[in-house]
Design a protein around this ligand. Structure first.
Ligand SMILES: [Cu+2]
Length: 178
């Protein structure tokens, strides 16, 4: 997944680079009047604007309705059992957990913070599906409650770009039944 993200970033960065190079090369020739060119550019900009709205607007609404948080929050709000507390701290570029073994079916409360810059605390299940996430912020503790029903190895990845080794900021949680 991280490799795919890296490759996609490389391709997109190359496209932007090509665009800039094209403009830089073209900027030498002055055989066209500025006013009609500006008019065409503004028309193109308007079309691109609406294309973005029409494509990404529905995509954003669709992906937001697919998020698991609301259901998970409602479940944990009803859970009156005392949770297992795990302190999690994000560092450049690793996670520090006070505990990495969790009992399946028991509520867990993560107390998430950061030692240096903002990080994103994202928990992925054994199929690499995001199950819960919260911001990891320096000087502030965010609590995240989750009950792991399924056994297996979960991964914690950083969801907030935090520098050159951000993609490798990963640790594991083991969920097992007692
Ligand atoms: Cu990061």
């Amino acid at each position: 997944m991280q490799d795919t993200a890296w490759q996609a970033s490389l391709i997109l960065m190359s496209l932007v680079g090509l665009g800039f190079s094209y403009v830089a090369i073209q900027s030498g020739s002055r055989d066209e009047d500025y006013a009609p060119m500006q008019k065409r550019a503004y028309r193109l900009r308007l079309k691109l604007f609406w294309a973005l709205i029409l494509v990404f607007g529905p995509a954003m609404i669709y992906t937001l309705t697919d998020l698991p948080y609301a259901a998970a929050l409602a479940r944990s709000a009803q859970d009156t059992r005392t949770p297992q507390v795990i302190r999690a701290t994000g560092h450049l570029w690793y996670w520090e957990l006070s505990e990495s073994h969790i009992d399946a079916g028991q509520p867990v409360e993560f107390q998430v913070s950061a030692a240096d810059v903002n990080h994103g605390f994202g928990i992925y299940d054994p199929d690499m599906i995001l199950v819960a996430q919260v911001q990891a912020m320096p000087g502030y503790v965010n609590t995240l409650r989750h009950t792991f029903e399924r056994e297996g190895t979960y991964r914690i990845l950083c969801l907030e770009y935090c520098g050159t080794v951000h993609h490798a900021m990963m640790t594991e949680l083991t969920v097992a039944r007692r």
